[in-house]
Ligand binder design. Sequence first.
Ligand SMILES: C[S@@+](CC[C@H](N)C(=O)[O-])C[C@H]1O[C@@H](n2cnc3c(N)ncnc32)[C@H](O)[C@@H]1O
Length: 250
Amino acid sequence: MFRLSNFHPKVALWRAATNIGPLPVLVRARNSAAWQDFWRTENSEAVFRDYAKGSPLRDWLARKCMALDCTSVFELGCNVGANLQAFWRVNGDLKLYGIELNENAAAWGSRNMPEGCEARLMVGSMADAEDVLARNGVDDVDIVFSCGATMHVNDDIFAAAKQQALKIARKAIVHLEYHAWTPAELQNGRNWRSSFLSDRWVRDYVAEYESMPNVGRVEYFRIPPEINIARNIGRLMVNDMTGLIIAHLK
Ligand SMILES: C[S@@+](CC[C@H](N)C(=O)[O-])C[C@H]1O[C@@H](n2cnc3c(N)ncnc32)[C@H](O)[C@@H]1O
């Protein structure tokens, strides 16, 4: 294969540019508190309508979780509850719970829930999931899951949510999230967050769970590319969700 020599001016220029940062440092990244505030205060009808749409990806997630033979599920960061509706369409008998930071989204979702779908959308942070569930009279559920939500919280919030998920879930914890498949992806994704506008906290979800005492095994799946729609941030194309990770509990 043809390759430019390491000393070619184009290579030198490319190296210099990429060494300054993986992407241009245009704006300082906003911190976690600023992003939490952003999520907490969203109140646009158009945004909620968009979140309410079903998709083949939501249906795929629902089928993967249903295969775990569950009777109840709890979503971290459920917004208006579109994933819970997808679960309901697969199995109308499931008990469906969600926790959402944004009370406007939870209220909109509850108001617009299809008839017969009794998903309960609770308001609070996933960092306080156990308390919020207990206050609503729920002790435990078969599956705790997230979809494009834990990628938006920093490591402290995720650590708290994970500890509680490990206590709340009976069968499995499932993440359809921005997953790093390689150490380089983890490093690049973290640099991308700290050097640009992104509010995406990439994680190695397998590593997050494989050494936990009550986790039996961790399974992971590639998302079928034809249902994983890429979006753009400026000229860069991104997939919000890059892997499905299932931590099976003992
Ligand atoms: C990109 S949206 C995904 C929503 C939903 N999971 C879906 O698939 O449509 C991220 C959601 O996480 C929520 N969120 C962010 N931080 C949260 C936190 N600390 N606790 C609970 N929800 C949070 C946001 O308000 C938002 O609704």
